[in-house]
Design a protein around this ligand. Structure first.
Ligand code: PEP
Ligand code: MN
Length: 363
């Protein structure tokens, strides 16, 4: 698949592309008031607003429907911003095209459904409008890629992927876990595919937006889609995660763009960029070790309750065999995996030993 870089979609783009606007179109006043403020932020080039809203439960605000498309046209006429909205079926496509929406996006709940994606792709045959495809709700890279392929197959040449995090059921501070390795892998396979981060749906709360935007820049993403509302607290959907245009402006100006937004990077820039990626990979390793340690403690407590020894040789052998096999499959050397797991396992036995031995001291 060939992908057209963002700077060929959007003229004079020499910074990350910022897409901003409310989760949902609510009224003409809300749309225009938000857009007027957003248009003052130089990096914002595209105005977003959901017209048809996929809500988890019925009887929530499900979007204003086709009426909101006219408001998007008014935003474009007044501010000059490009416009984008979510389409989830062929009828949405027809209406969005009729109202001159510039860019379409596919929501996470649609990307999971190959039937829905194909219906939209078929509706777009012969219309080469840019399409941004959000990752599916679940951690499934082939499903994400499959949706992108369906649009490429329908003749869409301006395609982008949006990372909006994954629903995992695990308790975490995020609404949708940002499994960065998944978009990074997609980018590794298709370096020309523009990758945009949606920190709003990853975070679910506005205080995390800035750090997620920074992380997206650190892993070299091409743009950000940030839900922005003139009065977030009264928003009819996703109120907790929307920011004001003023807050958005601060977030954007505080970003440290470590990599140059230029096609040719100098050797130093490339080195700094790669070191930055290593720093991030190490942070992920440390966070994974912390998560592992917490689980080990839980196992220790269970062993304590059942009076089981902390060290069980057969489990150690089995674990080592599985990890070596997986590591070697991933292209790592057997010695490296054995050394690392020896250290990790020794530490786990020590932690569990401390927990289990507490029984003895109390006895
Ligand atoms: C949205 O962008 O408002 C939205 C519904 O997002 P997602 O499809 O990522 O849940
Ligand atoms: Mn939303």
């Amino acid at each position: 698949m060939d992908f057209i870089p963002l700077n060929k979609w959007i003229p004079n783009l020499n910074h990350p592309l910022v897409i901003a606007g409310p989760c949902s179109a609510e009224s003409p006043e809300q749309m225009l008031a938000t857009a007027r403020e957003i248009a003052k932020i130089p990096d914002v080039r595209i105005f977003r607003a959901g017209i048809w809203k996929p809500r988890t439960r019925p009887n929530c605000f499900e979007g204003v429907g086709a009426e909101g498309l006219k408001w998007l046209e008014d935003v474009k006429a007044e501010t000059g911003l490009l416009t984008t909205t979510e389409v989830a079926n062929a009828q949405h496509v027809e209406l969005a095209l009729k109202h001159n929406v510039d860019i379409l996006w596919i929501g996470a709940r649609t990307t999971v459904s190959p039937f829905a994606v194909q219906e939209i792709a078929d509706a777009l045959k012969g219309v080469n409008i840019p399409v941004m495809v959000k990752n599916p709700v679940n951690q499934d890279l082939p499903l994400w890629l499959g949706a992108i392929e369906r649009f490429a197959g329908a003749g869409i040449t301006k395609l982008a992927a949006i990372h909006r995090g994954f629903s995992t059921g695990d308790k975490s501070k995020y609404r949708n876990l940002p499994k960065w390795n998944i978009p990074i892998e997609l980018k590794r396979r298709f370096p020309d595919l523009p990758m945009i981060c949606d920190p709003s749906h990853i975070a679910g709360r506005r205080d995390l937006i800035a750090q997620i935007c920074q992380k997206a820049m650190d892993v070299d993403m091409d743009g950000l889609m940030v839900e922005t509302h003139i009065n977030p607290d009264v928003a009819l959907s996703d109120a907790a995660q929307q920011v004001t245009p003023e807050a958005l402006s601060k977030i954007i100006s505080s970003l440290s763009l470590r990599t140059e937004y230029a096609v040719d990077r100098s050797f130093e820039q490339e080195l700094e960029h790669l070191r930055n990626l290593v720093d991030r990979a190490d942070l992920d390793i440390l966070e994974a070790l912390k998560e592992r340690t917490e689980i080990i403690k839980k196992i220790g407590l269970a062993k304590k309750e059942n009076n089981i020894m902390p060290l069980q040789i057969h489990r150690m052998d089995e674990l080592m065999k599985m990890r070596v096999e997986r590591g070697v499959n991933l292209g790592l050397t057997e010695k490296f995996i054995r050394d690392i797991y020896h250290t990790i396992h020794t530490e786990s036995v020590r932690i569990q030993g401390d927990i289990v031995n507490e029984i003895d001291t109390k006895k």
